[in-house]
Design a protein around this ligand. Structure first.
Ligand code: GLU
Length: 470
C-alpha cells in the first residue's frame, strides 16, 4: 500500500512479575496483527520502576514468549530490544523541552500536602487530582526536590478505538499529571509515548485497564508534536466466577502452565479465543496469523477456562509428533530408558493423556515392575480375581506373542471360560498387570508388556490372591 506506514506493533511488559495469561494474550494479539500484515513486532522492556523490576523476570518473559512461539524483531535503532532504563536521558531531555515551552512545570508540593489534598477531595466526593498549586510559580528551580507535571490543556479528547469505537474523555477530570518523578525518572505515560513514537509504532493493542492512560498519552503526543498510533483496547480476562483472572483460578502464569504439562499450541489456541472469535476451534499459530483481524475482537470480557484449555491440550497432544512429545517430556523419565522404548510408550499413550505430566504416571507400569496400589490390591484379593487370572494364565501360555490382534480373542475366550464380563473381568486383569485401576487400554497393556511379563505379573497377583484367600 503506497504511502502507508509499515505496520509495527510492540509488546511492552514491565519485568515486575512472570508472564501471565493476560499479558501473554496482549503479546499474542500484537504479534498476530503484525505478522498478518507482514509488519514488525517489537519488544520493549518498561523497567522504569527500579524497585520492582528484575533481570530474572525479564529473562523469564523472553523465555516464555519464545516457548509459546511468539518471536520478535529487531527494534529500530536498537540491537535486540528497547529497555527504558537505558533511555532515561531521552525522556528527561524531552521533559526539559516541554518545560521550556511552558507545556510542563516543576512542582514542589510535598507528599504530605498531596496526601491532605487527596483526603479532602475524597471526603467531598470529588475525584482526587492535583489542584495546580505550582502551575504559575516562577520558572527558576528553587529546590532540587521537584517533580515535572504536564500542564493539561482543558479540552475534549476523542479516541477512535479500533475495538470500542468512539470514546470521549474530558481532560478537566484529570489534573496535571507527573511526567518526571522526583528521582529524575520518567513515568510510564511519558516514557511510553516517547517510545511508541521513536519505535514507529503504528498500532497499540493492550488491555482495557490502560483506557484511563490513553487520553493522557494522546495529550502528550500532541504536546510533543508526535504522530499518534491507532489504539485497540481489549477487554479483561475473567476467571469462571466472573472476577478478574488471578492465581485463585489456577495457574495464571505461563511458566506454571508449562510445568503442568500444557503444550504451547494449546495455550495459544485458548488465548486466541479470549476476546477474538477466530471462527474455528483448532488451528496452528500459522493459521492464527492468517485469520487474525482486529474487526473480530470483542468488546465484552472473556473467560479463562482451564477445563477448555485441558480439552485443547488433549487434542494437541494427540496430534503432536511423538519425537516432539519426547523432547518436551524427556525430563520426566530416567535417562536409562532407551529412546526407542520411550518412543513406543509415548506413541501408545499420547491419545490417552490430558497433559504431558500425565505421561510418567500412566507409563509407570511399563518402566519397572509396579508397586501395587491400594485399590488395585483390593481388586486382586477378591474371589472372582482368582478365576479370571487363572483363565488368563492358561490363555496367554498358549499364545506365541501378544500382538494387538490376539487381545480381542483372548477376552472373548475368557468370558466363556469364567462367565464374567465388564468390570469383574477387566479390573482384575488391569490390577494384576499394572498395579493400578486406571490407565492405558488393556489391549495396549498386553502389547507393551509382552507375553513373559504378563505371565510374570499374573503369577505374582495369583500368589497375592492366595495369600488373602487361602
Ligand atoms: N508496561 C505496561 C504494562 O505492562 C504496558 C502498557 C502499554 O502497553 O502501553 O501494562
Amino acid at each position: 500500500m503506497r504511502g502507508e506506514r509499515k505496520i509495527r506493533t510492540r509488546f511492552a511488559p514491565s519485568p515486575t512479575g512472570y508472564l501471565h495469561i493476560g499479558n501473554a494474550r496482549t503479546a499474542l494479539f500484537n504479534f498476530l496483527f503484525a505478522r498478518h500484515h507482514n509488519g514488525s513486532f517489537i519488544l520493549r522492556i518498561e523497567d522504569t520502576d527500579r524497585q520492582r523490576s528484575t533481570l530474572e523476570f525479564e529473562k523469564s518473559i523472553f523465555k516464555n514468549l519464545k516457548w509459546l512461539g511468539i518471536d520478535w524483531d529487531k527494534s529500530p535503532g536498537a540491537e535486540y530490544l528497547y529497555r527504558q532504563s537505558e533511555r532515561l536521558d531521552i525522556y528527561f531531555n524531552l521533559a526539559e523541552k516541554l518545560l521550556k515551552e511552558g507545556k510542563a512545570y516543576r512542582c514542589y508540593c510535598t507528599e504530605e500536602r498531596l496526601h491532605e489534598l487527596r483526603k479532602k477531595q475524597m471526603s467531598m466526593g470529588m475525584p482526587p487530582r492535583y489542584d495546580g498549586k505550582c502551575r504559575s510559580l516562577a520558572e527558576e528551580a528553587k529546590d532540587t526536590h521537584y517533580v515535572v507535571r504536564f500542564r493539561v490543556p482543558e479540552k475534549t479528547i476523542i479516541l477512535e478505538d479500533m475495538v470500542h469505537k468512539k470514546i470521549i474523555f474530558d481532560s478537566r477530570l484529570f489534573g496535571d499529571f507527573i511526567i518526571i518523578n522526583s528521582d529524575g525518572i520518567a513515568t510510564y505515560n511519558f516514557a511510553a509515548v516517547i517510545d511508541d513514537s521513536m519505535m514507529e509504532i503504528t498500532h497499540v493493542i493492550r488491555g482495557d485497564d490502560h483506557l484511563p492512560n490513553t487520553p493522557r498519552q494522546i495529550l502528550l503526543f500532541e504536546a510533543l508534536g508526535l504522530k499518534l498510533p491507532k489504539y485497540a483496547h481489549i477487554p479483561l480476562i475473567l476467571g469462571n466466577d466472573s472476577s478478574p483472572i488471578s492465581k485463585r483460578h489456577g495457574s495464571a502464569s505461563i511458566m506454571e502452565l508449562q510445568a503442568e504439562g500444557f503444550l504451547p499450541e494449546a495455550i495459544i489456541n485458548h488465548l486466541c479465543h479470549l476476546g477474538w472469535s477466530p471462527g474455528r476451534e483448532f488451528f496452528s499459530i500459522k493459521e492464527a496469523i492468517e485469520m487474525f483481524s482486529i474487526e473480530k475482537l470483542s468488546r465484552s470480557p472473556s473467560v479463562f477456562d482451564i477445563e477448555r484449555l485441558r480439552k485443547f491440550n488433549i487434542k494437541y497432544i494427540e496430534k503432536s509428533d511423538t519425537d516432539e512429545l519426547i523432547r518436551m517430556s524427556r525430563h520426566y523419565f530416567s535417562k536409562d530408558i532407551p529412546e526407542e522404548r520411550l518412543k513406543t510408550l509415548i506413541e501408545a499413550s499420547k491419545s490417552e493423556v490430558t497433559t504431558l505430566r500425565d505421561l510418567p504416571h500412566i507409563l509407570k507400569p511399563f518402566l519397572k515392575e509396579p508397586v501395587i496400589e491400594e485399590d488395585a490390591m483390593k481388586v486382586i484379593a477378591e474371589p472372582c480375581a482368582k478365576k479370571v487370572l487363572e483363565a488368563l494364565m492358561e490363555e496367554v501360555v498358549e499364545e506365541t506373542s501378544l500382538t494387538d490382534s490376539v487381545y480381542p480373542d483372548i477376552i472373548k475366550r475368557l468370558k466363556g471360560m469364567t462367565g464374567e464380563k465388564g468390570k469383574n473381568l477387566f479390573m482384575p486383569i488391569r490390577a494384576a498387570l499394572t498395579g493400578m485401576t486406571k490407565g492405558l487400554g488393556l489391549e495396549k497393556v498386553f502389547h507393551l508388556l509382552g507375553k513373559e511379563e504378563v505371565l510374570k505379573r499374573v503369577r505374582k497377583a495369583l500368589a497375592i490372591n492366595t495369600f488373602f484367600l487361602p
